[in-house]
Design a protein around this ligand. Structure first.
Ligand code: DC
Length: 222
């Protein structure tokens, strides 16, 4: 199986780019952030403090997360419920970042990610795919962009969905998440030593898609 790891901070364009590239290459696109979001949503629904390591760890026994691929689109199933929409709310983003710093949560989601990659040609996006989940991935890409540009993209996405968050709020949230994700003790966000660094600041989306598609093809086909 061919496995491509795409890591990078929130709002770097990973999911939009990876989804499109996966389609062109005929691979499945796996968004691992959705798994952390599902754990976050379960805890929010049950009024558990998502920063309380012990309390969150105790909920894992009651959580079943699955990924289903319908027409190539990933759906996240939490205890039988399709939560693909709910996990995109801003509260779920922060909850996901909080629970993702808890080692028991990472261990809980590890096997599922490995199993999907072992059975499918895939592009997997996240924070620790090239460093921890798939250290032997065929291609590793670290995708980034300036925080202001990432916040602007996220803000426009949320606005399109009718979310009332302001640009300043989105930028502040993004900076908190960047900091948390890069400074946690387990599997912090950082480029794998053998990753290819791509900065998408100032690029048109199509341009970034092309660069990444070409990078992957070149690496795989030699
Ligand atoms: O990619 P995203 O914004 O949906 O991710 C939500 C949170 O989940 C993010 O703040 C960090 C965490 N995450 C992680 O720790 N490891 C991954 N492989 C993917 C996401």
């Amino acid at each position: 199986m061919i496995n491509v790891a795409i890591d990078g901070p929130a709002g770097a364009g990973k999911s939009t780019i990876a989804r499109s590239v996966a389609k062109q290459l005929g691979y499945i696109y796996v968004d691992t952030g959705a798994l952390y979001r599902a754990v976050g949503v379960y805890n929010l629904r049950n009024n558990v403090d998502t920063k309380d390591e012990k309390a969150v760890a105790a909920t894992l026994a009651d959580i079943n997360v699955e990924l289903k691929f319908i027409d190539g689109e990933q759906h996240v199933i939490l205890n039988g419920d399709d939560v693909s929409q709910e996990i995109r709310q801003p509260e779920a983003s922060m909850a996901a970042s909080n629970v993702s710093a808890i080692p028991a949560v990472r261990t809980f989601l590890f096997d599922l990610q490995r199993e999907i990659a072992s059975k499918n040609n895939c592009l997997m996006d996240g924070r620790d795919i090239g460093t921890v989940v798939l250290p032997n991935a065929d291609v590793k890409i670290f995708l980034t962009a300036d925080p202001e540009e990432r916040a602007r993209r996220r803000f426009l996405e949320l606005q399109a969905k009718g979310d009332p968050s302001t640009y300043e709020e989105v930028l502040a949230d993004l900076k908190v998440r960047d900091y948390q994700d890069s400074h946690r003790e387990v599997a912090p966000l950082k480029p794998a030593e053998d990753s290819i660094l791509i900065n998408t600041t100032g690029n048109e989306l199509e341009e970034s898609i092309q660069i990444i598609c070409d990078t992957i093809k070149e690496k795989i086909n030699g």
